[in-house]
Design a protein around this ligand. Structure first.
Ligand code: HEC
Length: 126
């Protein structure tokens, strides 16, 4: 083998190694693949947000606007239209849409919390 051929062989070996390792990295084992996001759950995902940011004004002791958010029945009564966040007063308030005051009054939720509430309502508010 002359020098030229050795260089070509070495280059081919490097390329082959890169190709194989790229192929291996491209194969995601099924267990690692992300599962589709499940619909948010009221007790697990939504109630903690209300407890932290809303109960002071819409809870057991104080019910501003005559509304309490510490019971699912009262939340569902008129603030939420299952399946449609756009038509749900509660979503409009936390997202700051429409002309009414944004909630929680004097602050705002994190974007991820607002998104959770939206997905929860759009999935049927179960
Ligand atoms: C500091 C007190 C305060 C906090 C905290 C607060 N609210 Fe309110 N909320 C009010 C007041 C006062 C009103 C009535 C005035 C108005 O309609 O803007 C109201 C009204 C509302 C209404 C409209 C009720 C209706 O039928 O007219 C919704 C929905 C609402 N709040 C949701 C929330 C949510 C959800 C949170 C927590 C993320 C929250 N609020 C936190 C004070 C608060």
């Amino acid at each position: 083998m002359n020098r030229h051929a050795i260089v070509i062989c070495a280059a081919a070996a490097v390329l082959a190694t890169i190709a194989v390792s790229t192929r291996l990295r491209g194969q995601t084992p099924p267990a690692v693949a992300a599962a589709p996001a499940a619909a948010p759950d009221f007790v697990k995902d939504i109630q903690p947000i209300f407890a932290k940011s809303c109960y002071t004004c819409h809870g057991e002791k104080t019910q501003m606007a005559g509304m309490r958010l510490d019971s699912r029945e009262s939340v569902m009564a008129k603030e939420i239209k299952p399946g449609s966040s756009a038509e749900s007063e509660l979503y409009q308030r936390v997202a700051g849409l429409g002309e009414h005051a944004r909630m929680p009054m004097g602050g705002k939720l994190e974007p991820e919390q607002i998104d959770l509430i939206k997905r929860w309502i759009d999935a049927g508010a179960a």
